[in-house]
Design a protein around this ligand. Sequence first.
Ligand SMILES: [Zn+2]
Length: 338
Amino acid sequence: MKSKPFLLFIILVILACQIPSLAAPTVAPATPTLTSIVTETPTQTTTVPETVIPTETPTVTSTVAPHATRVLILSIDGLRPDAIALAPMPNLLALMQNSAYTLNAQTVFRSVTLISHASMLGGVCPSKHGVDWNDYIPSKGYAIGTDLFDIAHAAGLQTVMYVGKEKLRQITEPSSTDTFVYVNDRDLVLTERLIADFPQDFGVLFVHFGTPDGMGHLYGWMSSQQFSVLYRADEALGQILAELDARGLRDETLIIITADHGGHGTIHGTNLREDMTIPWIASGPGIQPKVLTTQVHTMDTAATAAFMLGLPIPPEWDGVPVYEALDLPVIKQSTACP
Ligand SMILES: [Zn+2]
């Protein structure tokens, strides 16, 4: 009874060899599509020859070839999207020309630093990561669940954090970060430290600029004082990009620039639009420059990073890769956290 499937298989192989479009993988277009990625890189464990695979419907999972060998995530604390042009932030504005971006991404409630970063990098809503505090409280431990650093580190990638607030230590266990540096100083000083000891072989590099939030609390969101430090943050961004260029890493690096929350008056933390709306700007290999129509949520940052690195996305994650940024079919989107 096993002969029929085997015969069918032989026939399929013969057919496949005679049909040029099946026998020869299509030439990779400049812009990789899902189909080309799947046919070019047989990461599936099946033993069936690849030429008969086109009968299957490819699924968009972590088995798709990675587009990026490394990911840089920059979180500019308290950056409201409408501040980018007003500050202004010329390096970020220039980067956006080559990015897939939205100025209408949404963070989680409560829109405060530690809770939202735990969702941004943990891929889950606050109810799952369990972080309900917003100070550095070591006795409370770490965000619950498998976060981006966990899966990247487990896959052998170098994981690095440079942060302007010590409480961000509680996003992930120390065992999941090869390097954790807290710099209690201006964003340009943090960047100086990063560049002085640059992790040439990083897989996931998370950089956090803390001062724009501090100036918002002191002088108000969208104040000239906050614009002033955002301009400096942008200068620091320019230095990091220049470092990636100088080291020849830019072409293989997915860069996501985002924020943990916005703000209004001298506060944030509410579910007001000014507090909840954040920028989400992605550039790098395979990313198609465009204004995204997908409703991006902050949990999508972890999911997009994992997807681009070819890492398995934990099933419990609420974040979904922003497929639209890669011109892939949008088979799934994240929804707002309850
Ligand atoms: Zn913050």
